[in-house]
Design a protein around this ligand. Structure first.
Ligand SMILES: [Mg+2]
Length: 442
């Protein structure tokens, strides 16, 4: 690993919002009108090569300004640090960012301050990957097992997984990494689509989008549920009719239900054979998820959650309690790449497949790297693993994700694929950008 010279000299943070609520893209039982948004961070250095680190955390409109303020609060922990302070010991740097003795009070490691941490951490990784001239997945996959173990803050994890165990897991898979890397470069990573299943779409739009996704090669489809049972049954029937019995359906309630209702409602949808029920109840309710998982197991329906799981500790508990069959990491809800790696390792220990949450703006760009790394270095398996894809807003990125035949193609450009087009940033900056001056929402 090269030792990089230079210091981080500036951190800029922007409030970027897309008026997606106008088309009901992204509508679900709890979020009827999201405006997909980002607190967008740019790190610059005095290296003189013009390389910048870009990172974002995903939000859905109002409140992005609060995340922006939290990123500003992290500025003194980043600006003035050497580039090598991060690239030489990314795990130690993560602890430095999350360990500020006063900022810790407004977390710790959860909520707005943790969303802000994700944007900054992901920007640091983008900077490093661009300096290495590698896509993030390749940078990660070229780290030694010991270097991967160093990325993780092991505090609070060792009752479930120790660094020594993680090292042994990673070392077992190291000799066969090259074959899996070649496979990923050749075939890409399996994806599923949520594009057809938003709650606000008409039946005809659902039919048309399902047919489109089938033609594109998707085999796994997800729909939103939880507002009205009769409506869910009708829409699930339409989805099943179009995708056929041999393909896979998943359902997502976005935290709508109490535990008892979750069991009853999902049971009432069992005849459509969903592979999982996603976010059936509060993301903090570990024991509630465990009760739902136990009740639904005889029906062959797994529980999936994680997009609102605040940190590695709650994931640890979900895994220890056997509360989830599918682990849905989120690249920005967790504290960036480092904490994602922690959860990938935990999930591998418990034998639970990681099926990342994506969609929004930029999340597909992030998770493709994390899933490919997971396969090459951590899980070594594709069984039960599939990564979310939603076909929205990719045109705003310079190196957007590419999905072909229902698979994410391995990114080739250096970085994390998250650098936005300058014109998109300018037009969507809130509230001054041209889009917001024109739209009826502002
Ligand atoms: Mg979801």
């Amino acid at each position: 690993m090269t030792h990089y010279t230079g210091k981080i000299t500036d951190l800029r943070v922007l409030d970027v919002r897309f008026p997606t609520s106008l088309s009901l893209d992204g509508s679900d039982a709890m979020n009827p009108d999201p405006d997909y948004s980002a607190a967008y961070v740019v790190l610059s250095t005095d290296r003189g090569d013009g390389v910048e680190g870009h990172g974002l955390t995903f939000t859905i409109g109002r409140g992005t300004e609060i995340v922006v303020a939290a990123v500003e609060a992290l500025r003194p922990l980043v600006v003035g640090q050497t580039v090598a302070a991060f690239t030489g010991a990314p795990g130690a740097f993560w602890k430095h960012l999350t360990g500020d003795s006063q900022l810790r009070w407004i977390g710790p490691e959860k909520g707005v301050i943790h969303l802000a941490t994700a944007a900054v951490v992901n920007a640091l990784w983008d900077l490093w990957a661009k300096l290495e001239k590698k896509p993030l997945w390749k940078l990660l996959s070229d780290l030694t097992p010991a270097q991967i173990v160093e990325l993780v803050d092991w505090r609070y994890l060792t009752d479930a997984l120790t660094p020594e165990e993680a090292l042994a897991m990673l070392e077992r898979l190291a000799p066969t990494r090259a074959a899996r890397e070649a496979e990923m470069v050749r075939d890409g990573y399996p994806a599923y689509t949520t594009s057809a299943g938003w709650l606000g779409y008409s039946d005809d739009k659902i039919r048309a989008l399902c047919r489109e996704a089938l033609a594109e090669g998707f085999t796994h489809f997800k729909m939103k549920v939880g507002s009205d049972l009769a409506d869910d049954q009708r829409r699930a029937g339409i989805m099943r009719e179009i995708i056929g019995e041999e393909r896979t359906l998943m359902i997502d309630a976005n935290q709508r239900w109490d535990v008892g209702v979750a069991i009853e409602w999902t049971t009432a949808l069992a005849k459509y054979r969903p592979m999982w029920i996603e976010e059936p109840t509060s993301p903090d309710d570990v024991l509630g998820h465990a009760a739902i998982a136990k009740a639904l197991a005889p029906l062959g329906i797994g529980v999936a959650t994680g997009e609102h799981c605040q940190n590695r500790v709650i994931f640890k508990q979900l895994l220890q309690a056997r509360a989830i069959s599918y682990c849905q990491i989120d690249s920005c809800r967790l504290g960036g790449v480092n904490e994602v790696v922690a959860v990938l390792l935990l999930a591998a220990k418990f034998g639970i497949p990681v099926c990342p949450h994506a969609g929004g703006v930029g999340l597909c760009e992030y998770v493709q790297h994390e899933s490919i790394f997971d396969y090459i270095c951590v899980s070594g398996s594709l069984t039960g693993r599939i990564t979310e894809f939603v076909d929205h807003l990719h045109e705003h990125f310079i190196d957007p994700c590419v999905v072909r035949g229902g698979r994410y193609l391995a990114p080739t450009a250096p970085g994390t694929s998250i650098t936005m087009q300058p014109a998109s940033i300018a037009a969507h900056t809130y509230p001054g950008g041209s889009i917001w001056k024109q739209t009826a929402l502002s």
